[in-house]
Design a protein around this ligand. Structure first.
Ligand code: PDD
Length: 286
C-alpha cells in the first residue's frame, strides 16, 4: 500500500517524502505530535486535538504553522486521498531544520517541519479486545517532568510497551512515588462502585483529549468522578479499571501485575462509557 503523506505543504507518495538529517525532530526529539482517530471517514474530537497541539507548540516556543481551519483542511484532504474509513491521522510538527546540529534553538523564523500521515484501521471501534480487556503490568515512570506537552520523545513509552509484550500482556502502567501516572500511551482509571478515579491533571500526565470527553460523559451519566492519585494495590482491589486514548477509545483493563481487577472480566462502567463515548463522538465527528 502506498500512502499519500503530507510534508511541508505537499501531498506526496510516502516513498518520496523527505526530511533533512538536520531536522531537530530527528536529532533532538524537538517536536510535538497529535493522533486523531477517524471513524466513518470523519475526524473524532478534532477541535480538542487542535487546541492541545497549539498548547504543546506554545510551551516549546515553536510557532504554530497553521490555523485550525488549515489543519482541518489538511486532515480532511489526507483522509480523502487515502480512502480512510476507520483509522488515524498522525500529525507532527518539529522545530525544523537549522542546517546544522546545535543545542541552542535556531532563530525563531526557522520554518517548523510539518508531517502528517494516515493509518488505516478498518473496524477500529469494533476491536474484539474491547470485549475481553487489556492486561497490564506496572513499571517505574522515569520520563521527563513535562508530560503535559505531547512531545515525540517516545523511547521510554516504547520500552514500556516492549516490557509489556515480553510479559505477555497488553500495556504497562507507569508508577511514580508509589502512584500510577498513566499508561504508556493512554490515561489510566479505576472504578469503585459508581465512582471513577483517575489522576488529576498536572505536568505529570498528558492531558488526554479522550479523558476530557469521557469524564464529561461520565458526569452527565450521573457517575461520580474523583481526580486523585491511586496505587497499583488500589487498582488490584478496584471493581474495574480502564484506559482511554484517541486510538483505543475506552479500553477495559482486567488484570494488573497478574492480579484480576474485580471479577477479572470487562466491567459494566467501562463498557457503558465506551458505548457513550463512541456514540457521542461519532455524532460530533467532522
Ligand atoms: N497517545 N497519555 C499518553 C502518554 C499518551 O501518549 C496518550 C495518547 C494519552 C491519551 O491522550 P488522548 O486521549 O488525547 O489520545 C495519554 C496517542 C494515542 C499515541 O501516542 O498514539
Amino acid at each position: 500500500m502506498s500512502r499519500t503523506v503530507y510534508v511541508n505543504g505537499d501531498y506526496v507518495p510516502e516513498a518520496e517524502a523527505k526530511i533533512s538529517v538536520f531536522d531537530r525532530g530527528f536529532l533532538m526529539a524537538d517536536g510535538v505530535y497529535e493522533v486523531t482517530s477517524v471513524l466513518d471517514g470523519k475526524l473524532i474530537d478534532f477541535d480538542g486535538h487542535c487546541k492541545r497541539l497549539a498548547r504543546s507548540l506554545s510551551e516549546l516556543e515553536i510557532s504554530n504553522p497553521h490555523s485550525d481551519d488549515e489543519w482541518l483542511a489538511i486532515h480532511r484532504e489526507l483522509v480523502a486521498r487515502n480512502d480512510i474509513v476507520d483509522g488515524m491521522v498522525y500529525l507532527q510538527v518539529t522545530r525544523g531544520n537549522p542546517g546544522d546540529r546545535d543545542f541552542a534553538y535556531p532563530p525563531a523564523d526557522t520554518a517548523p517541519t510539518v508531517v502528517l500521515f494516515t493509518q488505516s484501521k478498518p473496524g477500529l471501534a469494533e476491536s474484539p479486545v474491547a470485549k475481553t480487556g487489556w492486561k497490564v503490568i506496572s513499571i517505574p515512570d522515569i520520563r521527563w517532568g513535562r508530560r503535559d506537552i505531547k512531545t515525540v520523545q517516545l523511547l521510554y513509552p516504547s520500552m514500556g510497551k516492549m516490557a509489556a509484550k515480553k510479559a505477555g500482556v497488553d500495556d504497562a502502567w507507569l508508577v511514580e512515588d508509589g502512584f500510577v501516572t498513566e499508561g504508556t500511551s493512554n490515561n489510566a482509571y479505576i472504578v469503585k462502585g459508581n465512582r471513577i478515579i483517575t489522576r488529576a491533571l498536572s505536568s505529570d500526565i498528558l492531558h488526554g483529549i479522550t479523558r476530557a470527553a469521557v469524564l464529561r460523559f461520565a458526569r452527565e451519566a450521573q457517575m461520580e468522578v474523583e481526580e486523585r492519585n491511586f496505587t497499583i494495590d488500589e487498582a488490584k482491589s478496584a471493581d474495574e479499571a480502564f484506559i482511554t486514548s484517541a486510538s483505543a477509545f475506552v479500553m477495559p483493563v482486567v488484570e494488573v501485575d497478574g492480579a484480576p481487577v474485580g471479577t477479572g472480566t470487562v466491567g459494566r462502567v467501562a463498557t457503558r462509557l465506551r458505548e457513550i463515548y463512541l456514540e457521542e463522538m461519532r455524532k460530533a465527528a467532522v
